[in-house]
Design a binder for this molecule. Structure first.
Ligand code: ATP
Ligand code: MG
Length: 339
């Protein structure tokens, strides 16, 4: 493979890797996901003992739950290299051939948003995953010929937020398929405390739980909220995050005691008040509140559904009947949410 060609490829770093932030580097530092961790630890130990690459692994799960981080930990534990790239940037099969040829034996190739790779790339991956071979076109025009070349045995770790969008042939080539679930509040607390220790912020007992409750089951959101609270603590309270300070910061950020933000409240309000609890179509809600429908579906709805505030039905979104009176309590004749 032409080394110059390799230089043209950009590897997209998808995990947050800023130095000023804590990032788990071992399974022990990776909080929660206990069952998944136990399985992956076992698989990585077994393949290390056999001195073989790990079987190809497909990770499903909503954004920010730690898929990229997990792949990096596995590479660290197995003491192999990892290349991280993103499905939409792998436009040409030739680019992928170049990446695959550059992998050392047992290395991990992590492809984020794997549901977005073009079909030509996908077909090329089949052969690479199964037989560790790639087809390379040598020469141009009439003299061009296809040569089937071996590559080093490697592990493909694919990550996707959209389970349903992976084609069946691609999915069937992964030996291990696992799902990441939303985190429990206790687990998010642990992540927040881990970050507080790293950033040397003093957290009052109970303050971490207050943040965890607003983190929508997602480590990325927990960390983001904690960073904003740290700003508050630094400027106003000598780096001490007391319960009172956290409460003030959450109010300032527009997050209520239920963990709902302004957009969540708008969605609920629109369905409850304007459409009498629904059902109402996603597109209608999107245009009423001025948000993109995909964002509503991927970012806001999962949390609202887990809270029991929203239901999906074949006729559209609705507020569960039992919840409606609570959302419709009128204050001084005017209908307001949670009043
Ligand atoms: N189990 C965990 N323990 C501690 N920190 C975590 C954990 N999972 C994720 N994080 C942190 O949360 C952030 C998001 O993780 P990561 O980038 O791995 O998510 P992702 O699932 O790859 O998201 P996306 O689907 O958007 O690519 C990172 O800063 C990571 O360090
Ligand atoms: Mg990622």
């Amino acid at each position: 493979m032409d080394p110059e060609f390799l230089k043209t490829i950009t590897f997209v770093e998808t995990a947050e890797t800023s130095e000023s932030d804590f990032h788990p580097k071992t399974f022990d530092e990776y909080c929660g996901q206990k069952e998944l961790k136990t399985k992956l630890k076992l698989y990585t130990d077994a393949s290390r003992m056999r001195n073989e690459p790990l079987d190809h692994l497909l990770l499903f799960g909503p954004p920010g739950l730690g898929k990229t981080t997990l792949a990096q930990i596995m590479a660290q534990v197995m003491d192999v290299g990892i290349k991280i790239c993103s499905g939409p940037t792998l436009e040409r099969a030739g680019d992928v051939v170049a990446i695959l040829s550059s992998l050392e034996s047992k290395d991990i190739l992590f492809i984020d948003e794997i549901h977005r790779i073009p079909s030509t790339v996908e077909e090329m991956l089949y052969n690479a995953m199964e037989h560790y071979r790639v087809d390379v076109i040598i020469g141009q025009g009439a003299g061009a010929k296809s040569v089937n070349l071996p590559i080093n045995p490697f592990t493909l770790v694919g990550a996707t937020t959209k389970a349903g969008m992976i084609s069946a042939p691609l999915r069937s080539r992964f030996g291990i398929t696992e799902r990441l679930d939303f985190y429990l509040e206790d687990e998010l607390c642990e992540i927040i405390e881990q970050n507080a220790r790293f950033l040397q912020v003093v957290l009052e007992k109970g303050a971490a739980m207050l943040i965890a409750r607003c983190a929508r089951g997602t480590p990325r959101i927990a960390k983001k909220l904690f960073r904003r609270i740290r700003d508050f603590a630094q400027v106003n309270n000598n780096n001490q995050a007391t319960i009172e300070l956290v409460q003030q910061a959450l109010d300032f950020l527009g997050i209520d005691e239920e963990g709902l933000n302004a957009v969540d409240r708008k969605i609920i309000e629109t369905i409850a008040i304007t459409f009498n609890g629904g059902p109402v179509g996603l597109e209608t809600i999107a245009s009423m509140i001025g948000e993109d429908s995909e964002t509503i579906e991927d970012v806001y709805e999962p949390f609202l559904m887990r809270k029991g505030y929203l239901e999906k039905t074949p006729r559209g979104r609705q507020i569960p009947r039992a919840m409606l009176p609570r959302f419709l309590k009128s204050a001084g004749g005017q209908k307001t949410l949670f009043s």
